[in-house]
Design a protein around this ligand. Structure first.
Ligand code: ZN
Length: 413
């Protein structure tokens, strides 16, 4: 008999629904199937007994409130998860249950064994000895990212409603679309949400606690050449593709994703198109350090400026757009939100795993809107593909952490 009777059944129900977001869309949310799922969540959150359940019109997030049951002035804590799934097949998801995993066997996802979870390939499997694993059938992703977070937050709320003797402040719940296409948090409505501090429940394995992300920009270089017949090209032709290669070669060769780790930043060339006439280079620029991030953008622009001067005209046109910033800048000013999570995990004998994320989270944006929002583990492994899986026991532990955070906050108020 598990502590959270609805946690796993609800998770299994939710993952079977296709909520793949659409990166090509410009609507909010990106596809009508996300609106349908949001409406289902509204129904379910009301059924649990939560208050003020509504879809925020600005963000398409589903918001709900669990009122305080104490007179103490406890900070309002928010829990946020996303219900869309990555840009990967999500048609007819059939979760498979592997009971009492031995921590060493190869798991066949499909009957033919074309897709396998093999501890030799995925060594984290060894951490799940004795656990019940939920996997895919090899044809789809699972959607533990982030329906595990959704189910955990709902299970924690349900538990508190069933146990009024556990004292807590007001709790805000935010379940959102379009995290996977990078736009969900852009429209997050901090005022309507109403929390003082918050957590995204969207991390991976047991213990993950993230409050340091990249600073991020997208950078485009449009190159205009001069196309003449190769026979008469001498001194006249400017080959846009050659200019593109020269530009790329002028960037620091070591600063690429495939040669960096930890807090090392990079320039990542993710697309290149070109002929003699025109060429285009598409990059992302990343660095944890704000100053180094600004330096990288200046270096990038500076290479183009120098080349333009050498050509005597504007052959290269650079457009740089900031995407998000390192939330550490905000969170460092008041570490309460991190300490609370750390202490909660330690009280539950979970070792907090704190590392800088080489990416962003929804909290990177939400923190800069004034609501400090680190990221907590939700349990998923190998997200975004065939090999995604999650342990039921880790999902229960994640739910324990949410409850411990709200009770600690109440005790400390
Ligand atoms: Zn996620």
């Amino acid at each position: 008999m598990t502590k959270y009777a609805n946690l796993i059944p609800r998770f299994l129900d939710y993952v079977k629904v296709n909520t793949r977001s659409d990166p090509a869309s410009t609507t909010i949310p990106s596809t009508p199937r996300l609106t349908d799922f949001a409406q289902r969540l509204v129904k379910d959150l009301k059924a649990i007994g939560l208050s003020n359940v509504h879809i925020n019109s600005q963000s398409a997030y589903v918001y709900a409130t669990l009122p305080a049951n104490t007179d103490k002035a406890v900070k309002k804590i928010g829990f946020i998860a996303h219900f869309d799934t990555a840009d990967f097949n999500a048609e007819n998801i059939q979760p498979q249950i592997v009971k009492d995993y031995d921590g060493q066997s190869v798991i066949n996802l499909d009957e033919a064994g074309k897709y396998q979870l093999d501890p030799a390939v995925f060594p984290n499997l060894k951490n799940y000895q004795g656990d019940t694993l939920i996997t895919t059938d090899g044809t789809t992703l699972l959607g533990a990212d982030d329906k595990s977070g959704v189910a955990e937050i709902m299970a924690a709320a349900e538990y508190l409603l069933a146990h009024p003797e556990i004292k807590h402040g007001e709790i805000e719940i935010g379940l959102g679309p379009d995290e996977e296409v990078g736009t969900g948090a852009d429209h997050f409505d901090v005022a309507d949400f109403g929390a003082d501090l918050a957590y995204t429940v969207d991390g991976g394995p047991l213990g993950q606690l993230e409050y340091e992300t990249f600073n991020a920009a997208d950078a485009q270089v449009k190159i205009t050449g001069t196309n003449v017949h190769p026979a008469e090209a001498k001194g006249v032709m400017v080959n846009a593709s050659q200019v593109a290669m020269d530009f790329h070669a002028a960037l620091p060769a070591h600063d690429r994703p495939e040669t960096t780790e930890g807090r090392e930043g990079f320039f990542h060339l993710y697309r290149i198109t070109g002929d003699v006439d025109t060429a285009q280079l598409s990059y992302i620029i990343r660095d944890h350090d704000r100053q180094l991030f600004e330096d990288r953008k200046r270096l990038f622009q500076g290479i183009a400026d120098r080349m333009n001067r050498a050509y005597g005209q504007k052959r290269l046109e650079v457009t740089i757009k900031d995407q998000y910033y390192n939330m550490r800048e905000i969170i460092e000013k008041n570490m309460t939100v991190v300490d609370l999570a750390k202490d909660a995990m330690e009280a539950l004998q979970i070792k907090p795993l704190i590392f800088p994320v080489r990416g962003g989270t929804d909290g990177s944006k939400i923190s800069f809107m004034g609501l400090p929002t680190p990221n907590l583990f939700a349990g998923g492994e190998n997200m975004h593909g065939h090999y995604e899986y999650v342990s039921e026991q880790t999902m229960e532990r994640a739910t324990d952490v949410l409850l411990k955070i709200v009770t600690l906050a109440e005790q400390r108020a």
